[in-house]
Design a binder for this molecule. Structure first.
Ligand code: GLU
Length: 501
């Protein structure tokens, strides 16, 4: 850090803390965008912590997917299980001794107690409370103050106890959030902090880890607001300063429901990559969810621009609607901002990733075709997935091009003369550029046969592309080259020749 550029704000340490319970959720990336922006804006660090304490819900391979997705988006953490760092381990399952130690410490200090109630007893208790509509719900402190032997003589006893917080009457009822200002919270219950299997619950683990990992700003979903007083109590008891909290709004579907992987494919982070979105477009889209754009005239912006103007106070608390139409638009804009070589490389990489196969023509190098076709595709692409269907005719074998029924039906009755004239004219074009092709066809068909351009070029378009509507025709022909064009024109002629009856 240079002497003249001292930051006003101390370097922030932020973290994203997903659980490896399946395909990574888009909400993880959403939080990571804000985490990284704040860490970078203040010259701090962005940490990845894997919250793998719910062993029943763990899904094999999902941790690796979290790294892949964050890397793909350019949101690579500075510290984490894979990269390492000074305050690891970064996987909660490797920190169990720590949580146990602090839980025992809280018991010894009288802030927490053992509870031997069976799950059945707790379920009965909840049902009774619900039936009686009691104002005070939550655990009834049946085990509080009892020794194991005393409790064992009572019904609903489980061999292995959990540890619960002993929430005092003066538990915090509000806190100040970076985004929301002063937030009122419900009175907490005697939350379990250590489970019977020796694993911590989220509440203990998040406090211990955020403290020991030096997290200054805890960015998380708004569903954790009501848990914050429990965390503040733990900080108080352990004698630690809590981080600042930033509770992000929940992402919502168009019908305002919470985005879930069951209901919306776009809740799966990998879906965006599979669907051919650019990572920078998705990041741009996530930046704009509940947050104003940087530029007055366009919503297209870079992460550096977003980060440079970052301010928590600008986050809107109304759940942003996940509007994929806007993402489509942004994606198109980012595609057009790419250099042609870069776009071609991304299309090829996308085909590799999605296992795109090509007809064996023996003459075509898909990478060359894509590179040459970028100028005719760029304006028309919404996603990378649009590229193949747009130019598959360029990659097809000349004698086995699919001719759309609709395209054939739209042709005038007899196209023989036009196709013959086109073949003759093109056979004489040595320098097969789009301009030369256009000129030759114009001379032969429009002038030579006195056809209107629309009528003249329709059979040529169908012969070359198999379609009624296609990317620019003459440019496509130049990419194909003379031999392929002649072969295609002759193939259509053979198909459509009117045999005298
Ligand atoms: N594992 C928690 C979640 O995925 C983390 C919440 C937090 O960031 O504190 O919701």
């Amino acid at each position: 850090m240079t002497a003249q550029k001292m930051p006003v704000i101390p370097p922030a340490r932020t973290r994203v803390a997903p659980s490896p319970t399946g395909d990574p959720h888009v909400g993880t990336a959403y939080q990571a965008v804000f985490d990284l922006a704040w860490a970078r804006a203040t010259g701090g660090a962005f940490v990845l912590r894997i919250e793998d304490t719910d062993r029943a819900r763990e899904v094999e391979g999902s941790e690796a997917q979290i790294y892949d997705c964050l890397d793909w988006l350019g949101l690579t953490p500075d510290e984490g299980p894979r990269t390492g760092g000074p305050v690891g381990p970064y996987r909660q399952s490797e920190r169990l001794d720590l949580y146990r130690r602090y839980a025992e410490e809280l018991v010894a200090a009288g802030h927490a107690y053992h509870c031997w109630c069976t799950p059945e007893r707790l379920a009965d208790l909840r049902a009774e409370q619900a039936a009686a509509k009691t104002a005070k719900t939550g655990y009834d402190r049946c085990c509080l103050g009892l020794t194991r032997d005393e409790r064992a003589r009572m019904p609903g006893f489980a061999e292995t106890p959990v540890i619960r917080m002993l929430v005092p009457d003066d538990a915090p009822g509000e806190f100040t959030d970076l985004i929301r200002g002063d937030v009122k919270t419900p009175f907490p219950d005697d939350q379990v902090i250590l489970k019977a299997d020796g694993f911590p619950t989220y509440h203990l683990a998040v406090v211990v880890d955020d403290h020991l990992m030096g997290i200054t700003t805890a960015v998380r979903g708004e569903e954790w607001i009501s848990s914050t007083p429990k965390h503040l109590l733990l900080y108080r008891w352990l004698g630690w300063t809590p981080p600042a909290f930033a509770h992000m709004p929940l992402l919502r579907n168009a019908d305002k429901s919470k985005i879930s992987k069951r209901k919306n494919p776009a809740a799966r982070l990998a879906w965006f990559r599979e669907a051919g979105y650019l990572p920078e477009a998705l990041v741009n889209f996530l930046e704009l969810l509940a947050y104003p754009g940087v530029h007055p005239d366009t919503e297209v912006q870079t992460f550096a621009e977003f980060m440079g103007a970052f301010d928590w106070a600008k986050v809107n608390t109304t759940g942003p609607i996940f509007d994929l139409t806007k993402l489509d638009w942004l994606n198109g804009a980012h595609i057009r901002a790419l250099a042609d070589d870069d776009l071609a490389a991304r299309i090829i990489a996308y085909w590799d990733e999605t296992g795109q196969t090509f007809p064996a023509t023996g003459r075509l190098d898909p990478a060359r075709v894509v590179r040459e076709a970028v100028p005719i595709m760029k304006e028309r692409l919404t996603t990378l997935a649009d590229a193949y269907p747009m130019i598959d005719f360029l990659l097809a074998p000349d004698d086995d091009l699919t001719l759309e029924d609709e395209a054939l039906a739209g042709l005038p009755g007899d196209t023989t003369d036009a196709l013959d004239a086109a073949v003759t004219a093109l056979a004489g074009v040595d320098d097969f550029t789009a301009e030369a092709v256009q000129q030759a066809l114009r001379t032969a068909l429009v002038e030579g046969l006195s056809l209107k351009p629309k009528v003249a070029f329709a059979p040529v378009r169908v012969a070359i592309t198999g379609r009624r509507v296609s990317p620019p025709l003459f440019e496509s022909m130049a990419i194909l080259g003379r031999d392929a064009c002649l072969a295609r024109l002759l193939a259509l002629r053979a198909k459509t020749v009117v045999t005298p009856s």
